[in-house]
Write a protein that binds this ligand. Structure first.
Ligand SMILES: [Zn+2]
Length: 1029
């Protein structure tokens, strides 16, 4: 999945009921001390009793949750039916039945309690002492029959009678639900799904029928799978009608049946109906207004991470791979698409029935289908039919995507040395879609902005579209062919797809300047990962909120960054070789973190262990700060956790750092790079005596920050002032980034930052300039929000002094270089934002020309945002831009207009746009996070933005699930500029009042930490700013 700076589809967990533990604690079993809170339980930390020791595919299900309440007397009626004849056979059946039940599917959740048997022995012995031998024999027989779970082995009593003391959640119908974990048991695995769907785009409902063929991994008498928000009309298991039990809070259903043996095959058929989802996930309805003003509807899917279960009952975890045969019944005015090519269409009850080929083996989150009226173009690429689909009004915007996808598909076929395995690849622009895109195998879905390119769109637009296609195509191998076992290793999908997206574009489309973008991404990832609220790349994940929260900067951006680091550390070609080895070894299967490193290790000729090195980067959070202290020819190196510390947190993390460096005698060519592996807290490095300066972390390819000490910084700044080209532009940008980060950490005074920036009068490259501007603007925005007018004015003057000439020299004509577009749009937005007449007058001129031309004059697209942002500050401008927004057929243009509208400083317009974003009428709900973040950047809007978030929290979390990227983005953008105690208190009070409606989110911790850090920075630096600005 891909965000492209905006949030992704949501899952509605607002109705989630409390965990069973809460139910239990509040009712029957309060006295039990052994009950474990599942929410705190983790797969890695818990003592688990693996269901099947031979099972290496699935992680052992965790939890020591005490399981009670299912004694023979509690057995449900279906089971009693099945068992009734056997029951006639007498007690021995009962005994065996509960014994096996305990030994099989529930083993993981039963409390081991040897005392229950052993405590019986003395009483038996007492009887022996007091009564006849016959009574003894009778007693032993009684023991054998009535205390199942205890067997007479050398180990003595191994197992307690689980049926006497088991706690289960309560199913919807009031019966005990026979499973007590969010994760499914691995006793039954799906092999194939036959799926028939019939959506009704008038009533916005659908009917479905699924037949699942499964095999048993062990003896069992219960089947647990996922199902959500549907009405089951009929279920048959092994051709016998059954009544599934449902536990809604965990979206699970259960079928109980007479014991089946390991290795047996069984089938479950479920007929059901549901509403098409209105929250962008599951099988959901999307709509748009066409050029005639008519509302058009369509139905599409978005399953990742947890929503396939809303479209059909299934084993909705990535490790439960299976094949799928999909049939879709539709009205003649629509077409239908699914992952695989269509076999044929037949007529049935006045409708058309499309049948698709049986799929490759895949995870449920990759299944997809669409019913819509779409136009397409196609092309054969190395035996694969590649097509791009869009709504008919936009059919002239699909060619660029088709051509780019063709190039990328050929590149990946070659790079991975495995051909894309399907005969077709569809890419579909969905009019109303929250994610950037989704990599469904063979049927990739996109936002219109990330797939459609009009004739006039800019290189920046094409960079975005190409990036997203490159990301999603990489997933067809990384994610689809080889999939992470569980969401804790989501980075294996997302970090890799992100890295491949930059690598492939750099090779195939050098004109798109993707390097600068990737460098920027790495800087942003460092900033996020410097907080104590960050998490390891491979983190513990259990609850749906935790799964949602994995779709964040760490999985995507840090994941991509550490892959770059490992690639640039390995010898040429080894990375690709290792990846091919990994894909071949695991294709069709699931993997963990370690599997990738082992594959890379196995092909590498380096003396270091890739797995050992990379585990220090994936299993612990954060990254290192390397401090360099040079004394003559000796360089003392030390490492510590770069942790922006707002609360005296300590960390002993140590990384294996492939430290790279260049010096003044050879500093720009790749051949100049030298490598030193820093594995310990400190080390010494010898260098030639005459070296004037050292620059570490060549081109910022490593994920760490370097402090050169007073003398080291001085030497570097001096060298840059003499000749900026003494270092590559990536290295210059990294120096700027690192010194700002060190200032935040309190390691260097702000004065030193200013020294660094003084070299910039000679700087013309995008990366170092934008890096400096990003940090300076962040400080300015914080000062603005503290209403420290003196410092605000000084800071503005400082920015203009340093960058004013550069701002004024920017052209307002069409520009073909992406790097130049990126730089000029940032410079001009800042310039106009600081109300410089030079800028605002030119922007208004461009706006007036656009108005007068009646749509024939096109503002260069990278300048649209600045032009419209100036224009909307007048009433006439606001009205015109709003009107144009409603009519535009180009989604990328619409988004720029929307950002301009949201930058209004007029209070009534601010209120209007926030409400419109929430209501979804004039502005689609998918844009709400963008609206809030843009409003909050402005001085007039930021308090309204925060109040709006607080007042509408309930509605926001109904549309976007707690923990989702949308909610993460809303919280961060609404609060990241706070820097006073009062603001902190207010935020803390608000979130603690939410309790289970969001107080536990990692993003909330991040927001609190960020405000504290802002306060600290202000405390430390306000005086310096007053003195030096
Ligand atoms: Zn992705």
């Amino acid at each position: 999945m891909m965000f492209c700076f905006w949030p992704y589809p949501q899952i509605d967990y607002a109705e989630r009921a409390p965990l069973p533990r809460n139910m239990i604690e509040n009712s029957l079993f309060e006295e039990e001390p052994d009950v474990v809170d599942l929410a705190k339980e983790t797969p890695s930390s818990s003592s688990s009793f693996p269901l099947d020791p031979d099972d290496v595919v699935y992680e052992p299900r965790s939890s020591r949750l005490l399981v009670r309440g299912l004694g023979e007397n509690d057995a449900d009626e279906e089971e009693e039916d099945y068992e009734s004849s056997a029951r006639l056979l007498g007690m021995s059946f009962m005994n065996r039945s509960s014994n096996q039940r305990a030994a099989n599917q529930r083993t993981a959740y039963t409390r081991q309690d040897p005392s229950s048997f052993c405590s019986c022995l003395p009483s038996v012995r007492t009887m022996v002492a007091g009564v006849f031998v016959l009574v003894l024999v009778a007693s032993l027989i009684m023991v054998i029959y009535f205390l199942p779970g205890c067997t007479f082995t050398r180990e003595g009593c191994k197992k307690a009678n689980t049926s006497q003391d088991s706690i289960y959640p309560i199913a919807t119908d009031g019966q005990p639900f026979p499973w007590a974990d969010l994760r499914l048991p691995s006793s039954v695995v799906p092999v194939h799904y036959d799926l028939l769907l019939q959506p009704n785009l008038t009533s916005m409902t659908f009917r479905g029928s699924v037949t699942i063929t499964m095999t048993l991994q062990q003896d069992t008498d219960v089947l647990i799978l996922h199902s959500a928000d549907m009405t089951i009309s009929k279920a048959t298991f092994q051709d016998k009608e059954v009544k599934p039990l449902e536990y809604k809070p965990w979206q699970q259903i259960a079928i109980k049946f007479p014991q089946l043996k390991k290795g047996q095959t069984c089938t479950l058929k479920v007929d059901y109906s549901a509403h098409l989802s209105t929250s962008y996930d599951g099988f959901y309805n999307s709509s748009y207004i066409d050029t005639t003003g008519t509302k058009r509807v369509l139905a599409a899917t978005q399953f990742e991470p947890l929503a396939a279960r809303k479209a059909f009952p299934c084993f909705d975890e990535p490790a439960f791979k299976a094949t799928f045969s999909v049939k879709i019944k539709r009205e003649a005015e629509y077409i239908s698409l699914s992952n695989m090519p269509k076999i044929g269409t037949t007529q049935e009850d006045g409708l058309l029935l499309d049948e698709f080929e049986k799929s490759v083996t895949m995870s449920t989150y990759l299944v997809a289908f669409i019913v819509a009226n779409l136009s397409s173009v196609s092309r054969n690429v190395s035996g694969t039919q590649v097509s791009v689909y869009a709504v008919p009004d936009k059919k002239d915007q699909v060619q660029y995507a088709l051509d780019s996808a063709a190039d990328l598909l050929q590149f990946y076929n070659k790079f991975f040395d495995i051909d894309y395995p399907l005969k077709k690849l569809d890419m579909v622009a969905i009019p109303d879609f929250l994610a950037g895109a989704m990599e469904n195998w063979g049927l990739i879905t996109f936002r219109e902005t990330t797939l459609l390119v009009g004739n006039h769109s800019s290189p920046l637009d094409r960079q975005l579209v190409t990036s997203v296609i490159a990301h999603e195509l990489a997933h067809q191998w990384f994610g689809n062919l080889v999939t992470m076992k569980w969401w804790n290793d989501l980075w294996l999908n997302e970090g890799f797809a992100s890295y491949m997206q930059y690598m492939s574009i750099e090779k195939l489309f050098p004109q798109l300047d993707i390097d600068n973008e990737f460098l920027n991404i790495r800087f942003r990832a460092l900033a996020k990962d410097s907080l104590n609220s960050s998490h390891p790349v491979s983190a513990v994940v259990k609850t749906p909120e935790q799964v949602e929260e994995m779709f964040d900067s760490v999985s995507y951006e840090k994941g991509a960054s550490i892959l770059l680091m490992v690639n640039s550390t390995l010898n040429d070609g080894e990375f690709q070789k290792g990846v091919i080895e990994y894909l071949n070894k695991y294709k069709g299967r699931n993997t963990v973190n370690e599997d990738l490193w082992n594959s890379l290790s196995s092909v590498s000729k380096l003396s270091i262990s890739v797995a050992q090195m990379m585990n220090t980067w994936t299993l612990q959070k954060g990254f290192p700060l390397v401090t360099v202290n040079r004394i003559g020819p000796t360089v003392n190196l030390s490492q510590e956790h770069f942790l922006l510390d707002a609360g005296n947190v300590t960390s002993n993390n140590v990384w294996h750092i492939p430290l790279t460096y260049v010096n003044d005698s050879c500093s720009t060519a790749r051949g100049c790079k030298q490598v030193f592996l820093l594995k310990d807290k400190s080390a010494k490095l010898d260098i030639p005596a005459g070296v004037k300066w050292l620059k570490f972390n060549y081109k910022n390819e490593g994920f760490y920050i370097v402090d050169y000490g007073v003398e080291g910084w001085k030497a570097l700044i001096k060298a840059l002032k003499e000749d900026v080209n003494v270092l590559p532009h990536e290295d210059r940008a990294a120096l700027v980034n690192n010194i700002f980060m060190l200032s935040r950490l309190g390691k260097v005074p702000f004065r030193q930052v200013q020294n660094m920036l003084s070299y910039m009068s000679n700087e013309t490259e995008t990366a170092p300039l934008t890096e400096a501007l990003i940090h300076l603007m962040h400080i300015l925005r914080m000062l603005e929000k503290r209403q420290d007018l003196f410092l605000v004015n000084r800071m503005k003057a400082y920015i203009i002094n340093h960058f004013g000439d550069l701002m004024d020299s920017q052209s307002w004509e069409e520009e073909s270089s992406v790097a130049k577009q990126t730089l000029r749009s940032m410079l001009l937005e800042i310039s106009c934002g600081l109300h410089r007449a030079n800028c605002t007058e030119k922007a208004m001129d461009a706006f007036q020309t656009w108005v007068a031309s009646n749509g024939t004059y096109r503002i260069p697209s990278d300048l649209m945002r600045v032009v419209f942002s100036v224009a909307v500050q007048t009433e006439d401008g606001w009205n015109r831009v709003l009107q144009a927004y409603k009519l535009s057929l180009y989604d990328s243009e619409k988004r720029r207009m929307l950002e301009a509208l949201a930058s209004t400083q007029d209070v009534s317009n601010i209120v209007w746009i926030l409400r419109a974003g929430l209501s979804g009428s004039d502005i689609q709900n998918q844009e709400l996070p963008l609206v809030i973040s843009t409003v909050c950047k402005g001085l007039a809007g930021y308090l309204y933005g925060w109040n709006f978030v607080k007042e509408n929290w309930g509605k926001i979390t109904q549309k976007f699930p707690i923990g989702s990227f949308a909610v993460q983005s809303i919280i961060v953008s609404a609060t990241s500029q706070f820097s006073t105690k009062l603001q902190l208190l207010e935020l803390e009070n608000f979130f603690s009042s939410l309790k289970d409606k969001g107080s536990q989110m990692r993003t909330v911790q991040e927001a609190v930490e960020t405000i504290k850090l802002n306060m600290l920075w202000m405390d430390k630096n306000l005086d310096t700013l007053r003195t030096w600005l």
